[in-house]
Ligand binder design. Sequence first.
Ligand code: AMP
Ligand code: MG
Ligand code: MG
Length: 308
Amino acid sequence: MSARPVVVRLLASAYNVAEKAGAIVRKVLHSGELGIIEKTGANDLQTLADRLAQQSICASLSRHFPKVTIIGEEELPSEETSEDLIEDGHSEEILQKTCPAEYRGIKEEELVVWVDPLDGTKEYTEGLLDHVTVLIGIAYGGKAIAGVINQPFYNYQLGAGADLGRTIWGMPGLGAFGFHLKEVADGRRIVTTTRSHSNKVVTDCVDAMEPHEVIRVGGAGNKIIQLVEGTASAYVFASLGCKKWDTCAPEAILHAVGGKLTDMHGNGYCYDANVTRMNATGVLATLRDHESYLSRVPQSVLHALQSD
Ligand code: AMP
Ligand code: MG
Ligand code: MG
């Protein structure tokens, strides 16, 4: 496998690593012991699943790619990761894909991986299981260039016997896989936004989009899946709160199918290792018509979310 470009090898490993993390997230739920901790408050939680999934992802990737910078959401004590959390496999299908020419020469030490081991923790603790995702984003030169989203409880409402969970991945210039791309019909504006981190600026901005419909769900990964599957036409979140690990993998996948993710001013986020973790000026993501949504963002929102 070492003859293939390092970014393709990393992505192929990240695919299997995200599946393993998804299995951990399911296992902790079924154990019934979530081990919930409040981080900055009641709307910012960490569970045993967040902790174990991050340990698994970071230890597995760093074992095979020791020079890659890996940044995970959770602050964890540095301790030996037990061997049963390690995933050594990779996706043969990804490994066989043709790497876009511009990424072929990237060196291992130039890559940054942003890890959200469990996106939608609040919803996980409330039993809204299909909102939950595992996010592994790969960045180079400040740009999100590849991403994997595992949805551990996809199809869970169908009960035993249904294929539980799925993995979506993508790379701009190569494509996005693991789902059927669909646009919202007839140019309808269906806005998806937070259900648990709202405030007046957030709702003012949603209203300013003059949406035909508003959907409130948890998770940044989940909302991007809604965009690429034609459930929503724009993800609008006019607040700080989302971090780089929430948007890196989703942005790469969205970009791979011609979509766009910016802040409320229309500026992209930088994913270099040294940037601030917070996406302080909000998130606007669309599959199509980005400019038309951007043009509706009110001055009051732009004022409330000023760039440095
Ligand atoms: P949501 O749409 O509320 O599920 O948020 C998407 C992601 O951003 C999740 O990982 C949330 O935990 C995170 N997030 C958004 N707003 C906040 C906030 N005010 N405090 C902590 N995390 C937040
Ligand atoms: Mg998250
Ligand atoms: Mg998380």
